[in-house]
Design a protein around this ligand. Sequence first.
Ligand code: AMP
Ligand code: ZN
Length: 488
Amino acid sequence: MTEAPLKLFNSLTRQLEPFVPVHDGEARVYTCGPTVYNYPHIGNMRAYVFADVLGRTLSWKGYKLTHVINITDVGHLTDDADAGEDKMEKMAAEKAQSIWDIARHYTEAYWADVKALNIREPATWSIATDYIGDMLEFAKGIADKHCYELDSGLYFDVSSVADYGRLARAQTDDGESRIGDVEGKRNAADFAIWRKTPAGEKRQMEWDSPWGKGAPGWHLECSVMGEKLLGFPFDIHTGGIDHREIHHPNEIAQNQAFCGCGSLDVASHSGAKIWMHNNFLVERSGKMSKSSGEFLRLQLMIDKGYHPLAYRMMCLQAHYRSELEFSWEGLEAALVRLKRMVMGVERLRSKFSQLHEFPPLAGSEASFFLDEFDAAISDDLNSPEALTIFDRVLATPAIPDEYRWPLLLHMDEVLGLNIRWLDRLHLRLRPLDAQLRTNEVEDKVFERVKARAAKDFAYSDAIRDELSAKGVEVMDGDPLGWDWKLSV
Ligand code: AMP
Ligand code: ZN
């Protein structure tokens, strides 16, 4: 286990807290996964890069990690607070396909993004519809004391548990606008545990229950899968910051009801000891929302020729609790930084390609950098700082190569930028379509000449790739003196 004490920001207490595992030497983490009615956008993927860095950090620091990410294939309505239609049913109707086909298609698309971003597979991908029986048992267990039945379903009475809404810093009577959604609700924030299929209707996804045919409310699944797979209390629950407002307070209320737990002054009464939330990736034009119809997918970046790990780099360059604004310029800068890194490690990679045993880092002069890296990442996952330490290890001549290479590889276990395998050629811009005007080409070529003169080869390479992506081939050392040509 590494030395620096791990501190994480707990949204429940709004404080940095030392990580003290529930089970010695273990870390059990639950991450709210995607609702698979559509492709994930790159904002969603920021949530999983964050959870991945958390998981990698826990493993790196020596904890035995059990990570669960769920797949929501039932129950999530178009409005998080029980209003609107079921997202899956709506998409299935629009596409005239079965919900199961929709779920499979978008789950696979999500997994492809996970892989492209070098996000490690969790121990379990838990699929909500596999746990309907467990959800019914859980609901039956809390129904008498905490729920009431209306025509439309079984509702959770949020006044039946202590400190409802503490995570959101909200009052029970917040959200007046919500109360009108369902006739007969006792409190504005009460939410459905079970949604009955309206009389005369047939849903594609419905199950029998003591409250009639229907489907579970969205929040129920995460309580149930968390409890089943990790046990209450587990260590850490993660999600995007929007979940701090409705989904997670409701999950917490269900967990308190299930455990018979009182005040949230004891954090573990919430079902998890630490609740962590990544801030949003935003875009000025507002295209980051799936409901807006048009949104940025990782595949669009790939089609424009960007390696997906450039996006991972972009995420790492910001602290997970800061908002991150997406721009193509920002992505370009992240790509150049990644390329610089890869160029820096290429030499070491080939030098040590046959060697698998290195001198121990502990006790060596290189261990200073390891401690610095450990301190940065243990400080609430300060990945921007960790990246600068990586850069320093690359750039400090005094570090002998036989320490430098294992040191970098060790750090990359947390960063996940795949430096052992990533090749400069993989980072070439390769868009599906490309074009450029002549004066733009001339300007770029001139900029590249300057970059080469200044020995900034990462930048000159980036320009060459940008040109090549736009169908222009740079011709270094061409005997006829042509600087560039349009590639056919
Ligand atoms: P969903 O598929 O809508 O349930 O969202 C999947 C995950 O992405 C959740 O943890 C959300 O909180 C998170 N999320 C949604 N939008 C963004 C965004 N723009 N930036 C970062 N995370 C987001
Ligand atoms: Zn969830």
